[in-house]
Ligand binder design. Structure first.
Ligand code: NAP
Length: 257
């Protein structure tokens, strides 16, 4: 396992799912962690778990759509006195699945704000802390933003995740002069709680073209957050030192069907 000793990572959407699994993985590899999420109690339980692994950790409760809150999170990080080596901008929501015609404007704005603007704000305010020494940024997109569009009702989710891929590529070029690598991971179906708050509108029945696979659901089944954490740890390591501006699909071939 590659060591991340002496490195510090800042992770958003850290309290659950992919963020949580990645936090534990990076801590096991020796990284100190700043964990950001909008749920204070969940952050506390993760902090205790990581401290039980002898990991060094601070937490900040913040909503990534709130510019002041994100700035304050980085100010608290800076006061901690560590260098910012790894940024995993991962907070995201799925929200309402419905037709374009039926989509409330406020819901469109909410999903875009968390998934796309949240990443922009996080990267924007990380740059001043990262640019002297270099580092690396990992963004969480989705196969729904790049390779698969047959999950009806995900227009806003897909649009936000496609935006992240474009953002990552533009950022990779812009930040190369500071030795900051930027990559974007595109998971398939991963077993987390993200779909617990997902609402499927009846309006979808009007537009769905039914697709049935002959047997099974996905070639390698549903993924685990730990499998995404493996990729995050790899991209955060020196073994990925020449990888920047790349989207990486991690979906067990699901999006090729
Ligand atoms: P998850 O289990 O719901 O964890 C996401 C965490 O981010 C939750 O603690 C969530 O809190 C937090 N969060 C949401 N909005 C936030 C905000 N505005 N500010 C700060 N924290 C916020 O989801 P996950 O499955 O691990 O997803 C992580 C990322 O992977 C997301 O960007 C998602 O789009 C992407 N992804 C997931 C899958 C999948 O199948 N799971 C596939 C492709 C991509 P709340 O519970 O309060 O929302």
């Amino acid at each position: 396992m590659t060591t991340l000793l002496g490195k510090t990572a800042f992770i958003t959407g850290a309290a659950l799912g992919i963020g949580r699994a990645s936090a534990i993985r990076l801590a096991r590899q020796g990284a100190a962690l700043c964990l950001v999420d909008n749920q204070a109690d969940r952050l506390l339980s993760l902090k205790e778990e990581i401290e039980s692994l002898q990991g060094e950790v601070m937490t900040v409760t913040a909503d990534v759509t709130d510019s002041n809150a994100v700035m304050d999170a980085f100010a608290q990080f800076a006061a901690w006195g560590k260098s910012l080596d790894i940024l995993f901008s991962n907070a995201g929501v799925a929200g309402l699945l419905t037709t374009i015609e039926d989509m409330p404007e406020e819901e469109w704005d909410r999903i875009m704000a968390v998934n796309l603007k949240g990443a922009f704000l996080t990267v924007k305010h990380a740059i001043p802390l990262m640019k002297k020494k270099g580092g690396n940024v990992i963004l969480t997109s989705s196969i729904h933003g790049n390779r698969i569009f047959n999950s009806y009702g995900m227009t806003v989710y897909s649009t936000s995740k496609a935006g992240l891929t474009a953002f990552a590529k533009a950022a990779a070029l812009e930040l190369a002069r500071y030795k900051i690598r930027v990559n974007v991971i595109c998971p398939g179906a991963i077993d987390t709680t993200i779909n617990d708050c997902l609402v499927r509108s009846d309006a979808l029945s009007e537009v769905i073209i039914p697709v049935e696979y002959p047997e099974g659901k996905y070639p390698f089944g549903v993924g685990k957050a730990d499998q995404i954490a493996d990729l995050v740890a790899f991209l955060a390591s020196e073994q990925a030192s020449y990888i920047s501006g790349t989207e990486i699909y991690i979906d067990g071939a699901r999006s090729l069907i």
